[in-house]
Design a protein around this ligand. Structure first.
Ligand SMILES: [Zn+2]
Ligand SMILES: [Zn+2]
Length: 411
């Protein structure tokens, strides 16, 4: 009898792909199965991280990237094939992650778009942890702000040549990513934009010197920290794990805490509304003007979040150009009127001065023009599943999540 029992146990263990890891004393496979993890960036680090999450049995994986697969990516991206050239990274990564996923009912979702402007705070709020697999400071700033607003932990990973770093951040406890940021890094975060906030037309993206083995190493540390966090184990937040592979120097750096840091803003309470960002501004304002929400005079407030530009003055001739768009959808060439377009490049080079622009930061039924009331929240620049700030007549703020938005596609 005992021999038969013994054999059954052996077969059972060998049939579970998670047998060896669940033998770790503190392991909680059920927590990993229920976890929601957002991976921002499906490049060199993102590929490794997604492969790791799939093999570990993470149950709900979300992937965002705005880029497409190119030949030069292939040496560092285990999920991409030569035949994927030109396809959206987020989608290909999601399909391959789903194929690798060892959790039977794993759900993998993808979103092709700009994480900075197209993903709202509600997406970050839904996650158990956000993994930054990024190559730029701007997106790190953004992920950090969103995670603080939503009170969601995030783990930053970065690489350079044979070196890399990983840092766990656990809001609301400082430090955050922004606490220790230098002025150079702050300037680097702005390089996609002209000095007056518009997108640069001509921009050579940085091509980082690195190699697959480094991204693999850094991703392994990032995902190991993720496992500890998800299984309720101690993580050292705010300590940068820093590795220089060329000389095998492994260091732990304490990031500075800045108690006056702008990054530490969080929402006191978030109210979910059964709305999406496809509704018109007028319908939204009517909805939040209900007595039990913000009441009559409800005003959508953009300050500190994004800028809506009504018009700019042509840098060349001074004529007013109507735009009615959020600043992140305006390219610098649009600030030169059609008549002056002939000398676009010269004008842009010569005019380092800031554009004269008319912007709107507040919208309500009484003061906003009919033209703007008839555009959608998306056209106004509000991303999917965003949390928006609305104040009443007494300037009391409420924070509403557009909870019906679903920007992600499930494979
Ligand atoms: Zn901070
Ligand atoms: Zn002009």
């Amino acid at each position: 009898m005992s021999a038969k029992f013994f054999i059954d146990k052996v077969i059972e263990a060998e049939e579970s792909p998670f047998d060896r890891q669940t033998r770790i004393s503190w392991w909680d496979q059920e927590k990993l199965r229920n976890a929601k993890v957002l991976v921002v960036g499906a490049g060199a680090i993102g590929n490794e991280t997604l492969k790791n999450l799939a093999l570990l049995g993470i149950g709900n994986i979300y992937i965002v990237d705005f880029d497409t697969v190119s030949t030069s990516n292939l040496s560092r991206t285990v999920l991409f094939r030569k035949t994927d050239k030109g396809k959206q990274k987020a989608e290909v990564a999601a399909i391959r992650t789903k194929e690798l996923a060892l959790q039977e009912d794993a759900c993998v979702h993808w979103f092709h778009g700009d994480a900075v402007w197209e993903l709202g705070t509600g997406v970050f709020r839904e996650m158990d942890v956000v993994l930054g697999c990024l190559d730029n400071v701007e997106t790190r700033f953004f992920v950090n702000r969103q995670c603080w607003l939503a009170n969601t932990p995030w783990i930053d990973a970065g690489i350079y040549e044979l070196g890399g770093h990983v840092t766990v951040f656990t809001p609301p406890e400082p430090p955050c990513y922004e606490c220790g940021v230098s002025n150079e890094q702050r300037a680097a975060a702005r390089k996609r934009y002209s000095c007056d906030d518009f997108k640069r037309t001509l921009l050579e993206e940085g091509k980082m010197p690195t190699v697959q083995v480094t991204s693999s190493l850094v991703s392994a540390i990032q995902v190991q920290e993720t496992l500890k966090l998800l299984c309720g184990q101690r993580v050292e937040s705010g300590k940068k794990i820093y590795f220089q592979g060329k000389v095998n120097d492994f260091d732990i750096l304490n990031l500075p805490k800045n108690h006056n840091c702008f990054g530490h803003v969080s929402y006191p309470e978030i109210i979910s509304l059964p709305l999406t960002n496809s509704i018109k501004l007028r319908e939204f304002l009517e909805f939040v003007s209900k007595e039990q929400l913000s009441g009559l005079g409800a005003t959508l407030d953009y300050r500190g979040d994004r800028t809506f530009v009504v018009s700019v003055v042509c840098k060349s001739c001074g004529k007013s150009i109507k735009l009615n768009k959020p600043s992140f959808r305006i390219f610098d060439v649009e600030t030169i009127c059609a008549n002056c377009q002939g000398g676009v490049v010269n004008n842009l080079v010569q005019s380092e001065q800031v554009s004269v622009k008319q912007t709107i930061a507040e919208f309500n039924l009484a003061q906003t023009s009919d033209e703007l009331l008839n555009i959608s929240l998306w056209q106004l620049g509000i991303p999917y599943r965003h949390v928006v700030a609305v104040h009443d007549q007494e300037q009391n703020y409420k924070y509403y999540e557009l909870s019906q938005d679903n920007s992600f596609i499930q494979v």
